[in-house]
Ligand binder design. Sequence first.
Ligand SMILES: [Zn+2]
Length: 77
Amino acid sequence: MPLFEYRCEGCGSVFEHLARSAGEKPAACPRCGAKKVEKQFSTFSAHQAPESGLPSCASGSCSAGACATGACPFSAS
Ligand SMILES: [Zn+2]
């Protein structure tokens, strides 16, 4: 069963809810009881690479790990 994360629009707390079906929503926030809850991105998608394109050497921390040596294959120059 998929585990979804929800954020309460009332108190802002984030909680997890085990859904038995894809469209199921938790009835209310377990903390304050508000029924306005917003589904968050799952923890699975949170670990995927961003869709913004190639890693950037500008930050000095691209995935190649060779920015500091000047031999990074992703370097623009
Ligand atoms: Zn709440």
